[in-house]
Design a binder for this molecule. Structure first.
Ligand code: ADP
Ligand code: ZN
Ligand code: ZN
Length: 739
């Protein structure tokens, strides 16, 4: 942490000083408690943001009385002796408390916001100070009072300007919103009742409808009502860059309101500005990715989580929270309705709706009676071996599919071909000696990228030029095995022709092609303009883009997910394919002609059977059956304890010791009755960037029992780690997405 950029002069001598409890960013289980006592001249309200000394640094903190303690700072400060702040309770033995350096001139963070932080810290087993610090923009934590004043002056100046709305804002829409369909009207009515009468409402509302069924219109109506009641609205989306149309619709409908966005793509200054606008109540709508669940919103009235099943709502480092689950918790703490929208709800959400904890609001049809795309399963087992192979004459694409795509091209329509693997080929191989392009640092192959002729590890980033010959035996004839999006693009270019008889106009969108921020937008614009005849992409392109002219979507190799060790792979595949299919034929004019093609070796798999009928309920019922009999979520609750070390043995030993610690301690005997500890195992991808990783699964049918056990156990592990020198890190993941 850098030193403060303005020196703070000595405070006037303190006469009747008061004790101020402050949460600062200290790691959980550190020797220091998360709430430290400081001295102030006068009591500060709970939630006040302050700058306080911590060791030799000055850090951001929040005034945070312990629940049940006397209101902030009203006790006489006690203590005497030198040194830094100390754990609470040490005051009797007496280090002198150090004074608060300054209180930031901002309204305090609200009680509900602090409750959310407390809840998340408890649930995800982190320190509340750490969670609080991670929940605000880094720029805010670095601000001194002087710098803050400069920002606020600028902010208020902008607000005061007539027509403060940015120049890029769309004009006020002259079109009246459409008259609601019956199911939409029912959904909106239920939400309006919940807005008016928070008592006795379900924990969340599940708005269940396919792409194009009018979910967004329902969000807009509910948001409108909340805004009219003087409240703020929080809308969460999985990824903003991929869904510019959602933001555009919000801006158009609410042109008179202030909308701010919050996501990791903003500059630090922009993020701070959005945060301040929300916190000061100047912004009416906040649209953001998972981090926006932490926005401070003093007048919050409604929370919407779009595509609630999307895995990107789960944070994968630090406090590994689910923004979807925290949104529901936040709704409960603030007494405001939460709407979860999806065509393919997560099984957790679906079960919650089945048992009545959530209420389902179904939208069973597409607007304008647009038909769902016809699903065509291509049995790849029927193709002869040469054609099946990605290096065969048809490049592993069925002739029927190629013909259907050619038809679309000739009719001036677009096709989207999905392949969830970027690069040219996932591995290079030497036929003579068997060498493969492994990564020396990871248990993974390095992927061949033909564009820049590199071998790249997608896990640690190691990138090297492709060797001219086999590094082991010198054979110059090393060949790509398998297929990624680059190769698919090349194959399609060879197998299709453009409408004008020339080369087919192809575009490829994946994490490689969309590296720069402007690049993705430019590519998407190209697709929208109709310039592109065939679009090749990874799941990125299925995320919410409304491609009006796409009438054919094809998944050319989705089988990997069917037999994955990841128990959620099937759920994700179904969602992906439903969502991909939703990209096709949204225009009524094209209804009936739009198709979703799936190349598979397992055409009778229950996932595909349900997909053919667009039958999410059948799919969910089948999956829930499987999960119930396997004792998996949502019927059980999981946590993973992970450790990372230079050697796998070290990583595993630590977990084994941790497990023994628990079993040998009679204090845990009762808790262990309701919880199962599994033996430590290597992680599925055991080595990344030279570090070996192991994990231990903890499972219980009772969330409470699991929480209690973790709460008692994890605090012991830092001391244990000190005895395991080889262990670099350990962490716990509550409700992990994958095992
Ligand atoms: P979803 O969010 O479920 O994909 P949308 O709300 O985007 O669905 O609706 C799909 C399309 O139908 C949009 O173009 C939207 O403007 C339009 N639409 C939504 N509701 C109605 C309605 N009641 N009447 C006419 N058009 C509607
Ligand atoms: Zn070789
Ligand atoms: Zn690597």
């Amino acid at each position: 942490m850098k030193a403060p950029d303005t020196a703070v002069g000595p405070l006037p001598p303190i006469e009747a000083a008061v004790r101020i409890p402050v949460r600062v960013d200290t790691p959980r289980h550190a020797a220091m408690a998360p709430t430290l006592d400081y001295l102030g001249e006068r009591p500060l309200a709970a939630g006040t943001m302050v700058r306080v000394p911590l060791g030799r640094r000055e850090v951001w903190g929040v005034v945070w009385p312990e629940p049940g303690a006397a209101p902030g700072g009203e006790q006489e400060a006690a203590g005497s002796a030198a040194g830094g702040p100390s754990p609470r309770g040490d005051t009797a033995t007496g280090p002198t408390l150090r004074p608060v350096r300054e209180a930031l001139d901002l309204p305090p963070l609200g009680d509900a916001w602090r409750s959310l932080v407390d809840f998340a810290a408890r649930y995800y087993q982190r320190s509340a100070g750490e969670v609080a610090a991670a929940a605000v923009p880094p720029e805010l934590r670095a601000l001194t009072g002087v710098a803050l004043q400069r920002r606020l002056t600028r902010l208020h100046k902008r607000e005061a300007q007539p027509g403060a709305a940015e120049a890029s804002d769309p004009p006020v829409s002259t079109e009246a919103p459409p008259a609601l369909q019956a199911e939409q009207a029912d959904a909106v009515a239920a939400l309006l009742r919940a807005l008016a009468e928070p008592e006795g409402q379900p924990a969340a509302w599940l708005l269940h409808g396919v792409t194009g069924s009018g979910k967004t219109e329902v969000y807009l109506r509910a948001a409108e009502a909340a805004l009219q009641a003087g409240r703020q609205v929080l809308l969460l989306v999985p990824e903003i860059n991929l869904t510019p149309q959602f933001e555009a619709r919000l801006r158009e409908r609410f042109a008179q309101r202030r909308l701010v966005s919050m996501h990791s793509g903003l500059t630090p200054a922009q993020r701070l500005q959005s945060w301040l606008q929300a916190h000061l109540g100047l912004a009416d709508l906040v649209l953001g990715t998972r981090l926006a669940v932490w926005a401070s919103l003093p007048r919050l009235g409604l929370v919407v989580v779009d595509e609630e099943h999307d895995p990107s709502y789960k944070q994968q480092e630090g406090a590994r929270y689910s923004a979807r689950d925290l949104a529901v918790a936040r709704g409960r703490l603030e007494g405001v309705p939460v709407v979860l929208g999806s065509a393919t709800p997560s099984l957790e959400t679906w079960l919650n709706a089945e048992v009545g904890r959530y209420r389902r609001l179904p939208l069973s049809r597409r607007i304008g009676d647009g038909a769902m795309p016809r699903v065509r399963l291509v049995d790849m087992g029927q193709l002869d071996a040469g054609r099946r192979s990605p290096s065969g004459p048809q490049g592993g694409l069925s002739p029927a599919l190629l013909a259907a795509m050619q038809q679309r091209i000739d009719a001036g329509e677009q096709s989207l071909v999905l392949l969830n693997r970027r690069g040219y080929a996932p591995v290079l191989h030497c036929g003579d000696c068997g060498w493969k392009s492994g990564c020396p640092h990871c248990s993974a192959w390095r992927v061949f990228h033909k564009g820049d002729r590199t071998l790249r590890c997608h896990h640690c980033g190691l990138t090297e030029p492709v060797p001219r010959a086999c590094p082991d035996c010198g054979n110059p004839d090393i060949s790509p095995v398998g297929r990624g999006t680059e190769r698919l693009e090349e194959q399609l270019a060879a197998l299709l022709r453009g409408r004008d008889g020339g080369a087919v106009r192809l575009a490829r969108i994946d994490a490689d092609s969309a590296r720069g921020s402007g690049q993705l937008a430019a590519q998407l614009a190209q697709v929208h303009s109709g310039d592109v005849e065939v679009l090749v992409g990874t799941q990125m392109v299925t995320k919410g883009h409304d491609f009006r002219r796409i009438t054919l979507v094809a998944a050319v190799n989705p089988d990997g997910a069917l037999f994955s060790s990841d128990f959620r792979a099937g759920e994700r595949l179904f969602a992906l394919l439903m969502q991909a299919g939703g990209r096709a034929g949204r225009d009524a004019a094209q209804a009936g002609r739009s198709e979703l093609w799936i190349q598979t070796f397992h055409p009778t798999h229950p996932i595909f059977k349900a997909l053919v009928r667009h039958d999410f309920e059948a799919f969910a019922a089948q999956q829930l059956d499987e999960r119930r009999s396997a004792g998996l979520p949502p019927y059980s609750h999981l946590a993973l304890l992970r450790s990372e070390a230079r050697s796998l043995d070290a990583a595993r030993d630590f977990l084994a010791e941790a497990s023994r610690l628990l079993r040998d301690d009679p204090a845990f005997a009762a808790a262990l009755q309701a919880v199962t500890l599994y033996p430590p195992v290597p992680m599925p991808m055991v080595k990344v960037a030279g570090i070996e990783r192991a994990q231990l699964l903890v499972e219980s049918s009772s969330r409470g029992a699991l929480q209690r056990l973790l709460g008692g156990w994890l605090p012991l592990l830092d001391a244990l780690r000190a005895q395991h020198r080889g262990v670099l890190r350990w962490a716990v993941d509550v409700d992990p997405l994958a095992l």
